[in-house]
Design a protein around this ligand. Sequence first.
Ligand code: NAP
Length: 246
Amino acid sequence: MSEKNIALVTGASRGIGLAIAQALAAQGLDIVGTATGDAGLDAIEQALAPSGALRAALKLDVTDKASLAAFFEALEAASLAPLVLINNAGVTRDNLLLRMKDEEWETVMAANLDAVFALTRRLLRPMVKARYGRIVNVTSVVGVSGNAGQSNYAAAKAGVIGFTKSLAQEIANRGITVNAVAPGFIDTDMTRKLNDDQKSGALARIPMGRMGTAEEIAATVAFLVSDGAAYITGETIHVNGGMYMA
Ligand code: NAP
């Protein structure tokens, strides 16, 4: 089987990442999915193994350099060189800037931005060699609109968009596309932890009047990975029910 058919999805255990892994599997790709712990690895196996699309479920904490190094070794040991990379793993640590702790800033930067750099740099070489690759970075509407209480997260997600545009220009002539998908307000564990006031405030700003689903984000990622998107690079596609029109 051609290596072209392997997609690495970070944070594939639940939410948007799991939906992306399932959509790419349905599109005929083999999947390497990551999770931070055993429960997440089990979830990936249960969801994807029955389809036969799961190449590996591997442990990865993107904020931990030792974990990243072990993950890269595991990929190499299994001779896995994915040519499709979906940088999906992400976290929030919301706070007003005056109250924000160093740890809240640093964790959000490490998970949402530094990890995109580390994973992409490591996986790019085989793509360049193959003269084929698809990289999709999951950013956020708040990386473009800003959001009170999320200066750390918005800065990291805006950084992802700048990274996406710059890398797209570096490698456009190698058959590799680099794009971002910016979800709005999506029904996952990340938003389930918000209180009712925060939820109704966000819903009031969505012309479609509802949260999005993980599957609606996954469908856009699957399109960007498909041959039909071969001429799209450096782009950020907003999927937000009209919440913000960039
Ligand atoms: P989620 O339901 O909270 O899932 C987060 C995923 O990331 C899980 O698979 C989790 O793995 C993984 N993850 C968390 N910390 C990690 C770490 N340190 N190292 C490696 N993996 C880690 O979140 P989601 O809503 O699906 O979000 C997915 C992406 O979409 C994120 O980049 C997020 O910023 C972005 N996004 C979400 C929304 C939204 O409204 N939900 C909006 C805009 C953008 P475990 O299961 O092992 O913890």
